[in-house]
Every structure is written in C-alpha cells, then in structure tokens.
Design a protein around this ligand. Structure first.
Ligand code: 1PZ
Length: 207
C-alpha cells in the first residue's frame, strides 16, 4: 500500500531506475548497459530542474537535449559501449553534439546530482546553497568557462530552500533521505562504469 502511494514520486522513480542500472553493471565484469534504460533513467532527473525554479532553465535545456539525443540513438545503437565505438571509428568522439560527448556531459549531470544528494543528506539546516555549490564545484565547474560559472553562481541565490524543494517533490525529510541514499550508491556504480568505458578506450574524461 505504502509502495503504491510512493511509487509515482520523482525521487522514488529515480532511485528505482538507477538501482536497476547499477544491478546490470555489477552483474559481471563484462556487463553491457543498454542505451534505452540508461537514457530513460537520466530523463527522470529532469523534473528536479523544474523544482529548482526558473534560474536553471538553461541547464535544464542543455541536459534534456543531450538525454534526448541518447534516447534517439538507442533506436539504432543498443549498447552504451557501441555508441562510443561508433564515434571512435568515425573519429568524431569530441565533436560538438556527438553521442559520446553528450554521454560524458550527461554523466557529469548525474555526478552533480549525486554530490548534491550526498551533501543534502549530511548538511544540517534548510539552505540548499552549500550542497548545491559543492556539487557544482566538484562535478561541473572544472569544465565550464567563466560566463557559465557566473550565471550559475547568480542562480544559486535563487534556488529554493530544502523544505520548499521537498514540498515540491511531495516528500518528507526522512523518506527523501532514503531515496537519495539509494541514488547516491547506485549512481556511483553507473558513473564508474561509464568512466571505465572512456578509460579503456583511452578517450580521457577531462574534456
Ligand atoms: C539545488 C541545486 C542547484 C543545481 C544547480 C545546477 C547547476 C547546473 C548548471 C549547468 C549549466 C550548464 C549550461 C550548459 C553547459 C554546456 O556548455 C556544457 C557543454 O556542452 P557541449 O559543449 O558539449 O554541448 N554542458 C554541460 O556541461 C552539461 C551540463 C548538465 C547539467 C546537469 C545538471 C544537473 C543538476 C540537476 C540538479 C537537480
């Protein structure tokens, strides 16, 4: 009963989708992740942007476009690794808009949410500014130019409080913590898997 009441909540959906992906990844050394469930799981993150308000519209647009590109690619390329290998063969890995480049950007978005949730779990008080700033500093800022960093730091003054965010997500603090913790662990495994795909092909992940 509690499960069915809970099941359509954003955080619960995110937790379930990433737990399933993490299970695929840990099945064996030679695990192969399919693009479709991956891009679907990533698309579940998008509603979080809406809860952050207008300030991060530009981030949402960028993220959603890249996730949509992966979803589109899944129709012809079934596995994440084949998506990368195709770009390697075409020598288009770093090209603007390539699937591989979009995958790397989306992975950073997942990492941003991972650190954000991790910080929300351990940070006392009602402000999201420290958790959000730490997450941005760690996951995205090193790859952004000054104009984007300026826009983001301006946006940080407009983000809601933790209470407002949890209300919008229809969560109380305790249930939110449980779902966020599931995402933190599961996304870590998925992120490591993607990093390995890049590293094993000597593509680097710092561009
Ligand atoms: C309370 C939480 C506050 C969250 C603050 C989120 C700040 C994110 C700001 C990101 C701005 C991104 C603007 C566009 C950047 C693009 O230049 C790059 C490179 O794209 P390319 O040249 O390859 O086309 N895109 C990215 O770096 C991907 C950014 C993904 C952002 C996902 C963030 C997820 C945060 C969700 C928070 C709930």
């Amino acid at each position: 009963m509690a499960e069915s009441i809970n099941s359509n909540k954003t955080l619960h959906q995110i937790a379930v989708a990433f737990k399933n992906l993490a299970n695929t990844v840990s099945d064996s050394q030679s695990a192969e992740v399919e693009v479709a469930p991956f891009s679907h799981a990533c698309s579940l993150i998008s509603p979080l942007f809406g809860s952050l308000g207008i300030a991060f519209k530009f981030a949402e647009k960028d993220y959603v476009a890249k996730v949509n590109d992966l979803a589109e690619a899944s129709k012809s390329v079934p596995k994440l690794h084949s998506l990368i290998d195709q770009d390697v063969q075409a020598n288009s890995v770093r090209n603007a808009g390539s699937h591989t480049r979009n995958l790397l950007r989306v992975k950073r978005g997942l990492d941003m949410v991972r650190v954000l949730f991790q910080q929300m779990i351990i940070t006392e008080g009602n402000s999201l500014r420290d958790p959000a700033s730490k997450a941005y500093e760690q996951a995205l800022a090193p790859y952004h130019g000054w104009a984007i960093k300026k826009a983001v730091s301006a946006g940080m003054y407009l983000i809601p409080t933790k209470e407002q965010l949890l209300n919008k997500l229809n969560e109380d603090a305790e249930s939110a913590k449980v779902q966020m913790q599931i995402y933190v662990s599961a996304s870590e495994a998925v992120i490591q898997y993607i990093d390995k795909l890049f590293d094993s092909r000597n593509l680097g992940t710092d561009w």
